[in-house]
Design a protein around this ligand. Sequence first.
Ligand code: ZN
Length: 340
Amino acid sequence: MRAMVIEDFGGPLVAREVPIPEPGVDEVLVRVRACAVDHFDVAIRKGLRERASGPHILGHEISGEVAESGSGVTGWTAGDRVATTLYLVCGECRWCRSGRETICENFGGHVGVAIPGGYAEYVVLPARNLVALPDDIDFPAGAILANAVGTPYHALKYRMGLQPGERLIVTGAGGGVGLHAVQVGVMLGAEVMGVDLGQAKLNAAKKMGATRAIDPRIQPVDAAAKQWTDGAGVDGVLELVGPATMPRTLASLSKGGRMVIVGSHTGTEWTIDPGDVYRNEWEIKGSRNVSAAELAEVIQLVVDGSLTPVVAGTYPLEEAERLQKNVVAGKLIGREVLVP
Ligand SMILES: [Zn+2]
């Protein structure tokens, strides 16, 4: 099969012919029809993630068709269309059994990191990572459901418990996850203020339904939030950026407000006054990707038109290098997707 391979960390992506992998007992061989490219791929390639050194195939946002099932797999037939989740989980611990498998006790890493990913014609995945993809959703849209769409769905619906009429701030609102976070917030009945850098990203957030969009270099987020809410502050903050925005977004919360942290790309430390947290009864929570059951909900919401995956374009596998450069440049609106 054709695959884009990195020989080692930091090296180029090279087009190669490699053997089609064989599925183990509880695994499925998937013919990759689409695989999105995102920041995580770039980080892995630099060696910043759990991957051991040596030749590797990136790609964790995958959709495709079942090609072959392992001997222990039931319920899937060759040709079935599938979306996929990207966490390798045990299926047996208390978190897996209670539907919170993204915090699995025996987390085995990510697809495209701990095991070969989707920058290839075929990929082997655990059967539990597959979710049926209806004909109504094309493969490029299907590829971005688990990460770009599912991540904010889990965060806003299940971790924040966002309610109709509430006011929500989304940082990084013009990014791949952010655009869908704005959509999910609006779908849940909230009013959304998007925060991002540059007019193109702000316009994109507005197009997704944000009623306000601000560039924090021009107006501090907390000042904008107070102005928006007559001084009260917002009900929720979805943090996709990190310590660069967190002090101001935390200060934007109303009493009883909730911050949910999904990403931290701008550092690892941030100072909080605990007094602010208890005096205001603020809630600060983490949120990690999406469960397979929630991904099935996301798929239904896309089918009925409540959510629209934003795909910036589709490209041949061999253009993976250029797509990663576009991710690094930070100018994309929506995900670019490889169609091997
Ligand atoms: Zn588990």
